[in-house]
Unconditional design. Structure first.
Length: 330
């Protein structure tokens, strides 16, 4: 059976942009919004749909692209998502995850660029250069309105005219809500940020979100600086908590938040932190540890190291991606 192979985006290695700069680039933003709409509207059983990609992280605890462990998943003893929360694998596991998302978004963007009738060559080049933006919370913890406040955004459409479209960065609408979701998530038709309550009629509270993020800014900035300048051991770095951190393995937010479109902006920045920290600490890489609470493919407290397969990501039709491949990536 053929597997979906994670290659990352094609077309060289142009820089990823910080989200505040990204939204000012009309071609990138227009293509990204339309590509994200396409991925989000895919049938939720499609492994390239936003739902399936978000579901790799935690709920609904199902195989992605038939990636299973040597033993059947035991919900009574092990964490049910693929994410390696609390483990030394946490930073490197998210690298192919972000690459997978970036790869699928770019593929959709390239198809969309081919429909442009005005300045098509420039739009095709923009699609080739398109990379997942990152949210640099250490510099600015409050994302731009295009991410957290605007339910609709203005973009340039295929005819070269400005059009107003629903904003797929604002939330993700489930179609349908998965029956495995626990309360209160089983009552919410969309992802919510700072929900006003746990009832089914809850709404976003953007003003509250801004207050919370603004109040956390100094701590986030200082914690990030400390991580980059004072932490020189892989075990300590791999679970240094900034934002949601690597140690939140038992949080309900940790099992649901990957469906929020901001998740990949956040983890793209986590991947950036990995690159920065690695440059500051040459020769230091994944140390030995254990799988903590386990994952969908790993039993709890299993030994892990740089040779542990990064499930469910395939780098060939029948081989999972491993750390050594990623030590040479970017």
């Amino acid at each position: 059976m053929s597997r979906f192979v994670v290659t990352g985006a094609t077309g060289g290695a142009p820089n990823r942009l910080e989200i505040n700069d990204f939204v000012k680039n009309d071609k990138f933003f227009s293509l990204y919004i339309q590509a994200l709409q396409a991925v989000s509207s895919n049938n939720q059983v499609n492994i390239q749909s936003f739902f399936q990609l978000g579901g790799i992280h935690g709920l609904p605890y199902i195989p992605w692209d038939d990636a299973t462990g040597d033993q059947a998943w035991d919900p009574s003893t092990q964490w049910g998502g693929y994410c390696t929360h609390g483990s030394v694998l946490f930073p490197t596991w998210h690298r192919p995850y972000v690459m997978l998302f970036e790869q699928i978004v770019q593929k959709n963007a390239e198809a969309i660029a081919a429909t442009y009738r005005v300045d098509q060559a420039a739009w095709k080049q923009a699609a080739s250069d398109l990379r997942q933006p990152y949210w640099d919370w250490a510099a600015n913890a409050i994302p731009p309105d295009e991410v957290i406040a605007l339910k609709q955004v203005s973009i340039t459409g295929p005819n070269g005219n400005k059009i107003t479209v629903d904003n797929p960065l604002y939330n993700y609408r489930f179609h349908p809500i998965d029956p495995s979701f626990p309360a209160p998530y089983n009552g919410w038709a969309t992802t919510l940020r700072q929900p006003t309550s746990t009832r089914p009629n809850a709404t976003d509270n953007v003003a509250r979100l801004r207050l919370v993020l603004r109040a956390a800014q100094n701590d986030i900035t200082s914690s990030t600086y400390s991580m980059l300048t004072r932490v020189h051991d892989w075990t300590a770095f791999s679970n240094h908590t900034v934002g949601d951190g690597g140690s939140s393995s038992n949080s309900l937010e940790a099992i649901h938040d990957a469906f929020d479109p901001i998740f990949f902006l956040h983890h793209c920045n986590v991947d950036r932190m990995l690159s920065l920290w690695s440059a500051l600490n040459p020769g230091v890489w994944v140390s030995q540890g254990d799988s903590q609470d386990g994952s969908f493919t790993m039993p709890p407290e299993d030994p892990v190291d740089e040779n542990t397969p990064l499930t469910p990501f395939w780098n060939a039709p029948n081989h999972f991606l491993g750390f050594r491949w990623y030590s040479r990536h970017r």
